[in-house]
Design a protein around this ligand. Structure first.
Ligand code: GUN
Length: 277
């Protein structure tokens, strides 16, 4: 049976270290979150981020807008936060309402306050193999989890399913920077299972139940980034967990795997940006 990659346990360890760090900081970090629209998942995520920040002695402020907010209003707010010396980290919750060009908004964030590492500056640094101010939260959380369990990355075949800017692309690049051989798959990939069966490390970030036991290589490492409610309303991931646990050597549960590591990374990034400011 596969070893469970316990994201909650590692998150708690990271939080304990972070609390000790913020306790010793004369000026506490301040995270500003922009939330536009009424996406129910986004509201839950943002509340959770705020609660975690408070627990760790990080100041946080959430600025909300209705779904018909103008792009210029968001740009003005980002500029104001960039110029506010008390604000050390800025997060624009995604997705933004459809009429807003999210790249314009993200790229308005000062790179040294870009806590998601999503600006062109920070992603450019990541993709050229240089150090960005911080790494995107979910990919960083995945790498921390792999490292915590001593999982070797160099020379391994990592297969990433999903090509989003938040997860798929940056995690593929981070694995490549650690000398994995990386294959990217996506919705138009043909013969997906032929590829996944060759994965030493499989990272699925799709949001649909797509990975069954006949798609896995013996003793592979399975990282399930998907989280959604199934037909019966139960929280589920991309991977058939029961079946995959019998084949994989390590696997993340959903919930309790990647999710807690995303928030742990956000808090780490927030403290890092403040420490370097
Ligand atoms: N929406 C879902 N995940 C994320 C994330 O990590 N950062 C931001 N900004 N929005 C998200």
């Amino acid at each position: 049976m596969a070893v469970i990659l316990d994201g909650k346990k590692l998150r708690d360890k990271i939080f304990a270290n972070l609390k000790a760090k913020t306790d010793s900081m004369p000026v506490k970090p301040t995270l500003a979150v922009i939330l536009a629209g009424d996406n129910p998942s986004s509201i839950i995520y943002v509340n959770n981020k705020k609660k975690c920040a408070e627990k760790l002695g990080i100041n946080s402020t959430v600025i909300t807008y209705s779904s018909d907010v103008k792009e210029s209003e968001l740009l003005n707010k980002v500029n104001e936060l960039n110029n506010n010396k008390n604000v050390t980290a800025i997060l624009v919750q995604l997705p933004l309402p459809e009429h807003i060009n999210q790249f314009n908004i993200i790229d308005a964030i000062a790179p040294e306050k870009d806590v998601d590492g999503l600006t062109t500056y920070n992603s450019g640094k990541l993709f050229s193999g240089e150090k960005p101010f911080v790494y995107p939260c979910t990919p960083k959380g995945i790498m921390l989890l792999l490292d915590e369990y001593g999982i070797e990355i160099e020379g391994k075949h990592a297969v990433v399913i999903g090509r989003s800017n938040l997860v798929g692309k940056p995690v593929a690049q981070m694995l490549l920077n650690r000398n994995a051989t990386v294959t990217m798959c996506h919705s138009k990939t043909k013969n997906l299972s032929d590829i996944t069966k060759t994965a030493d490390i499989l990272i699925s970030a799709v949001g649909k139940k797509i990975i069954g036991e006949n798609m896995l290589k013996n003793n592979c490492v399975v990282i399930d980034v998907g989280i959604f409610r199934d037909d019966r309303g139960k929280i589920s991931g991309d991977v058939d967990f029961e079946a995959a646990s019998k084949i994989a050597s390590y696997i993340t549960p959903v919930p309790g795997g990647v999710g807690p590591m995303t928030i742990a990374s956000l808090m780490l990034n927030t403290v890092e940006l403040a420490a370097n400011s």
